[in-house]
Design a binder for this molecule. Structure first.
Ligand code: NAG
Ligand code: NAG
Ligand code: NAG
Ligand code: NAG
Ligand code: NAG
Ligand code: NAG
Ligand code: NAG
Ligand code: NAG
Length: 423
């Protein structure tokens, strides 16, 4: 917001780069160096680089990549434990360079000039805990929750239940981060600040917290992870009315992604299957100026739960700095922006993985724990009431103890898990 001159950055820089590459195929190395320098310039505009790292003449490629934030750097003296393998770094940087704006999108998403790119929100955070991730060793999953300012109770329930890794520490380490926008009400803001001081697991950005600003919220998440959370292996995005079966996630989902990169797992909406709502009365009304002449969306994910391998987040964030703003957050965050990232792979939930009707999900789990020959193991369920989420979580935990035998082959130290379960 404060620095509008930065807006021209991504598009301008990359168009220059594209033209340059077209006319200099013979000199690939020069092109590569120019590309690095352009990217560094652009990233400086988006303020990811501490000014102290911009000392061109002295820097080698590796330190430039470090400056880009592609290699995790020390944010504070006490997070020196954070590292990323150099090989990952190089691959990622080349991928970042391969991301180019798609001019077609400018026409499809007829953004008003004031909010052309979501990077317009890159002002200061009102509050953040910069070492939430970097202070944690062996961080498997960072849980990102899109939450509304008033939902204090939902956040408490999430902290008490499925995002609380004391229940599954032997399977892996998780942390939770709640994403919030700005509010006008001083009382409400005061309460949120108090909550932040107590739990240190919230991030507030400088944009108005509103339904049609959820895209900003999501891009803020991508940005924060890119800057501050390179050490998490996976990123799990949910809403604040969701319960995730972390036992199933750790024992039967994450192992499938162990050595893979650029993966997304979600309720995948295939291209040309979801209608664009043109009725003015609808909450999801999209004007004819957006996706003009189209009546269905390109591919994306429903946002209630989306799992990413963390390697792909900086690339999606970069892509978001070139993707014109579109307020339908699921389409933007899990469709348009990732679609710029070469080689990104969508994996679909199975039909039996999700049950958003919380009462049905709870009944199903209860019946399973009453009669173990019943089958019910949702990976993700909805929950409208706090008691429902607490109960659902307890049932998931009970079932996990029942199922111990079936997944023991997948975990390294079964005696550790048994000892834990027996408590
Ligand atoms: C963009 O929207 C404006 C009105 O807001 C309209 O005049 C213009 O034709 C639109 N452009 C495209 C490419 O849809
Ligand atoms: C992190 O993982 C390493 C390697 O598996 C292990 O040696 C270390 O004890 C772990 N640290 C914690 C705090 O669990
Ligand atoms: C997480 O669970 C543990 C064990 O039940 C509990 O002591 C702790 O207070 C919980 N954390 C939060 C933030 O609720
Ligand atoms: C989104 O946030 C921006 C920046 O705070 C604000 O100008 C805009 O009005 C918000 N949009 C909505 C729909 O509230
Ligand atoms: C991951 O890679 C390691 C080392 O290459 C290998 O030992 C392990 O079996 C692989 N795991 C999976 C799930 O493929
Ligand atoms: C669970 O069991 C109850 C009572 O046996 C039954 O009424 C209900 O339909 C079952 N629910 C599910 C989801 O299977
Ligand atoms: C458990 O469920 C199975 C299959 O639904 C059924 O055949 C069996 O009778 C049930 N057992 C009890 C004790 O309810
Ligand atoms: C497995 O866990 C048990 C209980 O926590 C512990 O005593 C044992 O040393 C562990 N074994 C290995 C191989 O890590």
């Amino acid at each position: 917001m404060e620095n509008r001159s930065g807006l021209a950055g991504p598009n301008l820089g990359f168009n220059v780069l594209k033209v340059y590459l077209r006319f200099s195929k013979r000199n690939a190395m020069t092109a590569f160096v120019i590309a690095i320098v352009s990217l560094m310039f652009i990233l400086n505009l988006t303020r990811q680089i501490p000014t102290t790292t911009i000392q061109w003449k002295k820097l080698g490629i590796q330190s430039i990549l470090t400056g880009l934030g592609v290699v995790t750097r020390s944010q504070t003296p006490n997070d020196a434990t954070t590292t990323v393998a150099p090989s990952t770094t190089t691959t990622l940087s080349l991928e970042l360079l391969a991301i180019t704006p798609e001019l077609k999108l400018d026409h499809l998403i007829n953004a008003s000039t004031g909010a052309k790119y979501p990077v317009t929100i890159n002002g200061k955070y009102t509050f953040e805990n910069p070492t939430l991730c970097s202070s944690v060793e062996n961080l498997s999953v960072l849980i990102i929750v899109h939450t509304a300012p008033n939902n204090f109770e939902s956040r408490l329930a999430i902290r008490r239940t499925w995002a609380n890794d004391t229940y599954y520490r032997h399977l892996g380490v998780s942390r939770v981060l709640f994403l919030l926008g700005r509010v006008e009400n001083a009382d409400l803001q005061g309460k949120m600040v108090a909550e932040f001081k107590e739990y240190r697991d919230m991030l507030q950005g400088n944009f108005r917290d509103a339904y049609r600003n959820l895209t900003h919220k999501g891009v803020m998440g991508y940005r924060w992870i890119t800057e501050r959370c390179r050490n998490a292996k996976f990123i799990l995005k949910t809403d604040d009315d969701i319960v995730v079966n972390m036992f199933k996630l750790f024992t039967r989902v994450l192992p499938n992604f162990q050595n893979k990169t650029k993966q997304i797992l979600c309720n995948h909406i295939y291209a040309d299957t979801m209608p664009i709502i043109r009725e003015k009365e609808s909450k999801w009304y999209v004007s004819e100026n957006h996706f003009r002449g189209k009546n269905v969306y390109p591919e994306y994910c429903s946002g209630f739960m989306v799992l990413f391998t963390n390697d792909v987040i900086p690339a999606i964030y970069r892509a978001a700095t070139m993707t014109p703003f579109f307020w339908v957050d699921d389409v933007y965050l899990y469709g348009l922006a990732p679609s710029h990232v070469p080689g990104i792979k969508y994996n679909d939930f199975r039909e039996t993985d999700h049950m958003l009707d919380g009462q049905k999900a709870l009944n199903c789990y209860r019946n399973v724990t009453e009669n173990i020959s019943n089958k019910c193991d949702y990976l993700v369920t909805g929950s409208r009431q706090l008691q429902e989420s607490e109960d659902t979580w307890l049932e998931m935990k009970k079932q996990f103890t029942h199922d111990l035998g079936t997944f023991s082959s997948l975990t390294q130290n079964t005696s550790a898990i048994s000892a834990y379960i027996d408590k």
